[in-house]
Design a protein around this ligand. Sequence first.
Ligand code: NAD
Length: 370
Amino acid sequence: MQQVKFGTDIYIGKDALTKLNDFSNERICIVTDKFMVESGLIEYVTTNINDSNDHQVFTDIVPDPTIENVVSGVEKLKEFKPSIMIALGGGSAIDAAKAIKLMGVKLEFIQNVKLIIIPTTSGTGSEVTDFSVITNKKENLKYPLVDTDLQPDMAILDSRLVESVPPTITADTGMDVLTHALEAYVSTEATDFSDALAEKAVELIFEYLERAYVNGKDSEAREKVHYASCLAGLAFNQVSLGLCHGIAHTVGGKLHLAHGRINGILLPSIIQYNSNENQRALERYALLAKKQGLSNSKGKVGVRSLTNRVIELRSKLNMPANFIEAGFTKADVAPYLSQISEQALLDPTTKTNPKAPTQEDVRQIVSKLF
Ligand code: NAD
């Protein structure tokens, strides 16, 4: 038996933020980063919070939030005791808010706090997932926490908030969306429900991501990519991810490269690895290629068409094809290769990869990209 769960209420469209007007006499804590305040983007939120509410802003979130970041957020929570938390930002602010709330509840500092997510990047899908990725700086490790209590209550998708995302981050986050959808599609747990979500996400990314990258003010493209991100999040929240994320989390802890860029580097190699000697994965990738109008062929030719489309998109987004192009050398990864191979297998997202990898498989995939 598998559960199909959609635990988050989603509001979409240009007036979606007015949903915040529904709240009165609440204590609202907004978790965000300094950029949201300096750029004025936070006003999209604060202007929709009516005066009967008391609100405070916690702006200390850093990219790839750390355990320390979460601990200081929990302190803030303990003092302010909010009844609503709003996360405004990219995956980093969202994941931090989710972890802060989880810890606050477990430590009994707060109870019954509603968590509302307003994403300002189109990438992680974290607004609808029960995942949160937190970095342990001392050990250079990224931990994906997976807990049903991390599931947000509400997500508000207003694509005006992503129009200021610079092209490089648009590319990185968009490639993260594509990776979520493709990993969900071949996950060992994939169902017709997750397939429907993943297929639509892939279609929207192939059609609109390049447009959003070339012109960030293209509101139609921004909206479609924003929705693709959420759809891919809904897909992988049902059936989890795969080896690409397993490796990306461990490499990201060591090399400090944007999460989506690491996925973009790994993705073609992972497709090839998964479809080699795994009939189910091969057929699934080929089916997806067919549904996207990339190929009419079954089997390896279909997989090749899909891989080529990913490589073509990555190149149009001026993204690196390997870690050398991303500015690293073999010497940067050499001390960590054993640890990466070991930890990628332990990462919870690797469990649903269509093929069970060995440490040697991971070592070879990563080494070839340096
Ligand atoms: P991010 O949140 O780290 O943001 C990247 C940068 O973009 C930051 O400097 C931020 O200030 C800036 N930014 C955000 N919104 C902006 C806007 N509208 N205009 C201009 N700049 C803006 O990046 P991300 O890719 O959204 O999130 C990455 C994090 O999410 C990583 O830690 C990754 O591991 C995690 N992640 C989580 C999940 C999940 O399911 N929880 C899934 C994938 C990735």
